[in-house]
Design a protein around this ligand. Structure first.
Ligand code: 5AD
Ligand code: SF4
Length: 487
């Protein structure tokens, strides 16, 4: 449903009666009630009310923040740029807990916010996202950050209108965290960051339990959305001007495993391809252990699916991969890459790598370096292992000393840069489709866009091209971006 249709539904609701039990109707009811509350507040303070969302972490969180933005706008807040948290009357931190430093950042910001709260009586603070699914974190907030108004988790984000309303009425922090859920509620207002591209959740949660990873504990078990629901949402997005979509899931090749009649991810992709106005399809993230031949075939034969596969390696050592519970070996991974490259020669392959997993020896690390060299990744996100309480790896012996980890990390980064630069230079001179995304932030006569491989291209062009896929000749390569010319 688009926001205009939603608005009609909300307008027609009777809020003089008790809140309906069914969703999303119940949330429409609270949107309407909060709207009235905010109008009264605006009268009281004689001005507008502003809100700012700070998003940490992955694409899933980015998409959740678009949902929160939609709801904030629907209740009457004016949305500020995410850098303006110090000016806002309502600040939401949509948190990530994959690595510890993301948690530390949030506590740092909260420290500052306690000061802002003393100066702005209108200021409300909410916390949500993965970090809030950890009981220790919520306890700490309850104890040390009592000025926070609202805390909710990843499973009940759709309930934001109701929780927001409750937090206006409550004297103390409203906390609502669910351990898990089998519920998927959609059809609430959403405000996209870019009008022409959108992420779309195809599944939630993860069942893989990689031994270092906290995601299965904070995002719960895998739940897939029905194909017809996904397609309906994509059609609506397409009618609303979206040309590029990114299908989101922690492990997209497990899509449909939770259905009685299984539907493979490759089948879903074929259905998505049929949506007329969609020009580009991306997906994030597949797991190497179950990337099927069918999927490779579908990508190969598709005119819309970007030839970009993000294939998290994590480690090149089969011994470490086993300890990580990844269910593939170094050789399996290399074979898979070979197969992809044979079938889709122009595929861009990117990855995630963790350095310093417990017990990682120099030999293990050199195996990782070997894979980076052999695959020559187009780019790689490199992470220092972060111990997450509650995961199996946190209890493993032989945590690697910090200085050794940093030394390995630097060596890995240097190699990754060398290889990605090699890859980027290979396509200079080619003319390729680019989605024009925005006016260049340094030169207003230029536009900035993305290639199918997700690399950035800057090129001369007018604003009217934004949101269109245009053919651009790649003239210069600067390792991580190109300068191009429209042909
Ligand atoms: N420490 C470091 N990196 C991690 N990741 C997940 N958990 C951890 C951890 N405990 C990385 C993985 C994953 C990416 C999203 O984050 O590489 O693919
Ligand atoms: Fe974490 Fe592994 Fe699931 Fe990815 S597949 S979210 S790394 S447990």
């Amino acid at each position: 449903m688009n926001n205009t249709l939603l608005e009609k539904e909300i307008e027609n609701l009777d809020i003089s009666i008790e809140a309906p039990e069914t969703e999303p109707l119940r949330q429409y009811y609270f949107i309407k009630k909060t709207r009235i509350l905010l109008e009264q507040l605006k009268d009281k303070y004689k001005g507008k009310l502003t809100a700012c969302i700070k998003t940490f972490g992955c694409q899933m969180n980015a998409r959740d923040s678009e949902k929160l933005t939609g709801i904030l706008e629907a209740v009457g807040y004016e949305i500020l740029d995410s850098k303006k948290e110090n000016e806002a009357d309502f600040v939401i931190y949509n948190t990530c807990t994959v690595r510890e430093n993301a948690n530390l950042k949030v506590y740092g910001r909260l420290g500052k916010m306690s000061h802002n709260k003393k100066h702005n009586p209108k200021l409300k603070i909410a916390l949500c996202g993965c970090m809030m699914q950890e009981p220790d974190v919520v306890e700490k907030i309850r104890k040390d950050y009592g000025f926070v108004d609202l805390v909710f988790g990843t499973h009940n984000i759709y309930k934001f209108p109701e929780l927001l309303y409750n937090s206006f009425k409550a004297e103390s922090t409203v906390i609502d965290i669910w351990k898990d859920t089998d519920k998927i509620v959609e059809d609430l207002p959403v405000e996209r960051k870019f009008p022409f591209k959108s992420g779309i959740n195809i599944m939630f949660g993860c069942n893989n339990f990689c031994s270092y990873c906290i995601v299965p504990y904070v995002r719960g078990r895998e739940r897939s959305r029905q194909v017809n629901e996904i397609i309906k949402e994509i059609e609506n997005l397409a009618n609303d001007g979206v040309v590029e979509i990114m299908l989101l899931g922690q492990n997209v090749n497990s899509y449909g495993n939770d259905f009685e009649e299984k539907i493979p991810f490759s089948e879903l992709l074929k259905e998505v391809e049929k949506v007329d106005k969609i020009k580009r399809i991306r997906f994030m993230t597949p797991h190497p252990k179950d990337l099927s031949d069918d999927l490779i075939e579908v990508i190969k034969n598709s005119k819309k699916i970007c030839h970009h596969i993000h294939l998290p390696l994590q480690s090149g050592s089969s011994r470490i991969l086993k300890a990580m519970n990844r269910h593939y070996t170094k050789e399996d991974y290399l074979l898979l890459v070979e197969k992809i490259r044979k079938e889709i020669p122009d595929a861009s392959i990117t990855t995630d790598i963790i350095v310093g997993f417990p017990g990682e020896t120099e030999e293990d690390f050199l195996e990782t370096m070997d894979v980076v060299k052999k695959v020559s990744f187009d780019s790689a996100f490199t992470f220092i292992y972060s111990k997450r309480t509650g995961t199996r790896a946190a209890k493993m012996p032989d945590q690697v000393p910090e200085d050794i980890v940093h030394d390995r990390f630097d060596r890995l980064l240097a190699l990754v840069r060398e290889e990605s630069s090699k890859q980027a230079n290979k396509i200079v001179g080619q003319t390729l489709p680019v989605l024009a995304e925005e006016v260049n932030n340094q030169d207003s006569t230029m536009l900035t866009g993305k290639l199918a491989n997700n690399l950035t291209v800057h090129f001369k062009g007018g604003k009217r091209l934004i949101g269109n896929v245009v053919d651009v000749k790649l003239v210069e390569c600067h390792d991580f971006y190109y300068i191009g010319e429209v042909v």
